[in-house]
Design a protein around this ligand. Sequence first.
Ligand code: UDP
Ligand code: MG
Length: 312
Amino acid sequence: MILYVVVPCYNEEDVLPETAKRLRSKMNDLTGRGVISEESRVLFVNDGSKDDTWNIIRKLHEENPLFQGLSLSRNRGHQNALLAGLMTAKDKCDACISMDADLQDDINAMDEMIEQYTDGCDVVYGIRNHRDADSFFKRSTAILFYRVMNWMGVQMVSNHADYRLMSRRALNGLAEFREVNLFLRGIVPMIGYKAGEVYYDRAERFAGESKYPFNKMMAFAMDGITSCSIVPIRMITSLGVAVFFISIVFLIWGIVQRFRGVTVPGWSSVIVSIWAIGGLILLALGVLGEYIGRIYLETKGRPRFLIDEYLS
Ligand code: UDP
Ligand code: MG
């Protein structure tokens, strides 16, 4: 079985040498035991890094054919970098394992992933046992995110990041999803086929800083919601229906008051209604705008990544 390990890297010069070292010994061990074939590779995807990452990858490739490098034309974000790697590996491997460069995911979980693949799973999710290594903030926002996604009917595997094995068949399935607004964690369960799970302890980042600051995390969450669910639009509809019924109540009340002859100036109620309804309309427009903006991007069908160089 040919295994490709795909590792997206963005400004990871601090951690990359150690990641390469550990992956090399892991891959050698797997090859030695005959679990994977000699043609298995580690594919580092350089996502337009501004530091020395690509040079390090280049050197690794020169020293050892185990390491391949793929460089994107510019920074396209984690999901696109990962996709670029997976799509490059798809025709060369029997299965692919994607993993972050920062060694937060336990590479020893790979053994079990491969075992489950051999037992017939097409997708094997790596799932964190706990989140002790994350900050309180990251942990609580993550829990909230899974709740919201679940409530919006998006099938997602809780506490699973992008550490997973995908068979060639699953990768070919993924290739059929042509969306620009890419949220792999939502798409992979849609592919179907038999799936398995492997649990592991997530460590702290080995070196360097998180490449997901708050604003990127929010954008990621928005992409996740809008690319997998239209519940927010339905909520607007329900809200509209609710406001309509409330307005009927007010209408009746207004007529009754009129005939009772109690016609007060009513400045407060008018001003409150204007602001409340105005706010709701703007919110509704904003939600619709989020979707329309994405439709706009999808219709353009721009490439999700461009490859600058492939060291194979
Ligand atoms: N990453 C990337 N492009 C980006 C941002 C991140 O390829 O624009 C990579 C990064 O190098 C790492 C992985 O995505 O391998 C996950 O990023 P990180 O560990 O910073 O995220 P966190 O674990 O903090 O959520
Ligand atoms: Mg990380």
